[in-house]
Design a protein around this ligand. Structure first.
Ligand code: FES
Length: 106
């Protein structure tokens, strides 16, 4: 599946992902700026926050309770479409997924 990351500068980066990989790992592997993944994908750091574009929200689904709390405590603005990228596992169903990367993630 392809994933498109849109930076806060408006630059779009389309990358090829593997089924079963998550949106944070895929970003790191491809050097996408703005996604840090400090905890290594353990749903505990919120430095992989992304905003999922509208048309993919149903397919991606809502964050779990712990994830939602982390999003609220994070640096980036929480939105209805916020998810932690490490908690989105890619499948063919999500091919073409577009996410916006927040401007800062320390
Ligand atoms: Fe830490 Fe996603 S990488 S919560």
């Amino acid at each position: 599946p392809k994933v498109v990351y849109v930076g806060s500068d408006g630059v779009e980066r389309a990358v090829d992902a593997a089924v079963g990989e998550n949106v944070m790992n895929t970003a790191l592997r491809n050097g996408v700026p703005g996604i840090v993944g400090e905890c290594g994908g353990n749903n505990s750091c919120a430095t992989c926050h992304v905003w999922v574009r509208g048309e993919y929200r149903d397919a991606v689904g809502k964050p779990g309770d712990l994830e939602a709390d982390l999003i609220d405590m994070g640096v980036s603005e929480p939105r209805d479409c916020s998810r932690l990228a490490c908690q989105i596992t890619l499948s063919d169903k999500l091919d073409g997924l577009v996410v916006d990367v927040p401007p800062t993630q320390p």
